[in-house]
Design a protein around this ligand. Structure first.
Ligand code: ADP
Ligand code: MG
Ligand code: MG
Length: 247
């Protein structure tokens, strides 16, 4: 049984159809990379998998661990073990990083003691080169781009979902920050976990070996393969994909 199965999914934002028949299967322990030109539907796919109400799935099914979750809310899917790291994480004044993560764990029904929780948090923050005082800052308020992304990875490590979807978590980061994010991601994946990584760059994959690379164009997967696709895109851009489609 696949961990995640996206089957014939079509989806719209408002009147506009964006996903035009999407199929994707992710098994336990696999890393899938999704690439594609701007506006091709990558974030839409991520949001539809996570049931963001701003997107309407008009056709197809989504299965998680063999169960049809197509009609389930974001909250329910999160409880099953799905996690989406946003392209632009939002600010939450009044809630600290620590509290936010603790609440998320409690909402999932986990009753770890505060002491154990703090210990675990400290360890993960150290791995990510985050100063301990970060834990008490309000979530994302006044954070730099790098700090936001690190916080996203911290959440990922603490929540330890079954499947993580990272939507351009590496965009706009300097080399050091990308290396840190990559390290955090490796730590998460070492637990036999799965990920869908949406990216334009290879650097975030430094410590990770992707099992499959999918290229999306105009709401469909147009090319699939291995690692070599990333090199070709980095060297040639996306022109060849559009050419192959017309061929
Ligand atoms: P990608 O992540 O691949 O850059 P998106 O999935 O964000 O692409 O967007 C795909 C298409 O959907 C684009 O043409 C974009 O303009 C459109 N789109 C995305 N979100 C919205 C929205 N909230 N309202 C209107 N159009 C949207
Ligand atoms: Mg693996
Ligand atoms: Mg996007």
């Amino acid at each position: 049984n696949a961990l995640l199965k996206v089957e014939g999914v079509r989806a719209s934002v408002g009147e506009k159809e964006i996903l035009k028949g999407m199929n994707l299967e992710v098994n336990k322990g696999e890393v899938h990379v999704i690439m594609g030109p701007n506006g091709s539907g990558k974030s839409t796919l991520a949001n539809v998998i996570m049931a963001n109400p701003a997107y309407t799935m008009t056709e197809g099914k989504i299965y998680f661990e063999g169960e049809d979750v197509s009609a389930e809310s974001t909250d329910k899917r999160a409880r099953r073990g799905l996690y989406l790291s946003f392209q632009t994480p939002y600010e939450i004044p009044g809630i600290s990083v620590e509290n936010f993560i603790r609440q998320a764990l409690l909402a999932r029904g986990e009753k770890t003691s505060i002491v154990k929780f703090k210990k675990a948090l400290e360890k993960k923050m150290e791995l990510l080169d985050m100063k301990p005082e970060y834990a008490s800052r309000y979530l994302n308020v006044g954070f730099s781009g790098g700090e936001r992304k690190k916080t996203e990875i911290l959440q990922l490590l603490m929540l330890d979902p079954k499947l993580a979807i990272l939507d351009e978590t590496d965009s706009g980061l300097d080399v050091d920050a990308v290396a840190t994010v990559s390290r955090g991601l490796k730590e998460y994946l070492d637990g036999e976990k799965s990920a869908i990584i949406i990216t334009h760059h290879r650097e975030i994959l430094k410590e990770i070996h992707p099992d499959f690379v999918h290229v999306i164009n105009n709401g469909r997967i147009v090319t699939e393969g291995g690692d070599e696709i990333i090199d070709r895109i980095e060297e040639e851009g996306f022109g060849w994909i559009k050419d192959e489609q017309h061929a």
